[in-house]
Design a protein around this ligand. Structure first.
Ligand SMILES: Cc1ncc(C[n+]2csc(CCOP(=O)(O)OP(=O)(O)O)c2C)c(N)n1
Length: 310
């Protein structure tokens, strides 16, 4: 048993559900964002462009970290895979960060419609993290820089805590691999604390990641070789995540093991981008999309008058 309160764990689960729903709504819907009537072909975007597979894991990490470091203004979350933008945008909307820079992104029904409709839409939001995204340092798209950026942000700021999420595909890049050496070079009492979190969903675009083909022991030994202590978080249960964060370790390296595309109609590599190809003109796929959206029971989490009610 953990010392983490049930209320807190329930809140984290609900936040993940709300953000997962908003990811699907952004990726697919041009209207009927709260499912107030049966979904029709015209409610689906005519051109689907974005990435679903990584979103659930990002929402899990974001919700757990935000909750764990609540009230600590020195905490930052650095996200490597910029293609996970639906999740980043959902969390920025949820926290009111988006509204601070975009007055249309109000945390109500209108704002929700604005964010979902304009995701990956002409003259709207791009499909990846971009300079319009609050807090963006490097435009999303090219993987590999997150860990180096986090270490850069830590320089001369011992008060900072930087949790940085790295994809297991991203960990194959030369940039990320060599950035693991930055711990030996930069970890000191003069700089902030960098906490890597590997998003170990096992897949890249259409194939398994190299680390998914290696044994757990080999991955752990590699991480230890760079001076970190590997800590496995197996699955999306917030209790496991909070317990892991509560462990007192000097240089933790969390491995968040999730199923790629969890919650969606297909898993693993098939979920990387858009898991339903033609819900705008195929009734079976439209039904599957509606069922998928309904599975989150978003109406329990969002009130048309009050906004989020978690
Ligand atoms: C430097 C670089 N090489 C290749 C790509 C193409 N690419 C986009 S997403 C992706 C897979 C990323 O896998 P991972 O980091 O594990 O993220 P996730 O599986 O969570 O989507 C790749 C290879 C890229 N964006 N940047």
């Amino acid at each position: 048993m953990s010392g983490v309160g049930i209320d807190k764990l329930e809140y984290i689960k609900k936040r993940i559900r709300a953000c997962d729903y908003m990811c699907v709504a952004q990726l697919f819907l041009s209207d009927d964002f709260l499912l107030e009537r049966p979904l029709g072909f015209d409610d689906v975007k005519p051109r689907l462009l974005g990435h679903w597979g990584t979103c659930h894991g990002i929402n899990v990490a974001y919700a757990n970290l935000k909750s764990f470091y609540e009230g600590n203004s020195n905490f930052s979350f650095v996200l490597g895979p910029g293609h996970g933008f639906p999740a980043l945008q959902a969390n920025l909307f949820f926290d009111g960060e988006l509204e601070r820079v975009d007055p249309n992104a109000t945390r109500d029904e209108r704002g929700l419609a604005y964010v979902c409709h304009n995701f990956s839409w002409p003259d709207g939001f791009p499909s990846h993290a971009s300079p319009y995204t609050p807090g963006t340092i490097v435009e999303g798209g090219e993987l590999g820089y997150a860990l180096a950026n986090a270490y850069g942000l830590s320089l001369g700021h011992p008060e900072k805590i930087l949790a940085v999420m790295i994809g297991d595909g991203e960990l194959e890049t030369a940039t990320t691999l060599d950035s693991l050496n930055l711990r030996s070079l930069l970890a000191s009492s003069k700089n902030g604390k960098v906490i890597p979190i590997l998003h170990f969903n096992g897949y890249k675009i259409s194939a398994p990641s190299i680390y998914a083909r290696r044994s757990e022991r080999e991955l752990n030994e590699m991480i230890r070789g760079f001076g970190y202590q590997p800590i496995l978080i197996d699955g999306d249960d917030p209790e496991a995540f909070q317990n892991a964060l509560n462990q007192k370790v000097d240089f933790p390296f969390y491995i968040l093991k999730t199923e790629k595309g969890a919650g969606g109609p297909n898993k693993h590599h098939e979920s990387h981008q858009i898991p339903l190809k033609s819900p705008m003109n195929n009734s079976n796929e439209l039904n599957a999309l509606e069922e998928w959206l309904k599975s989150y029971n978003f109406n329990e989490l969002f009130d048309t008058e009050k906004g989020f009610v978690l």
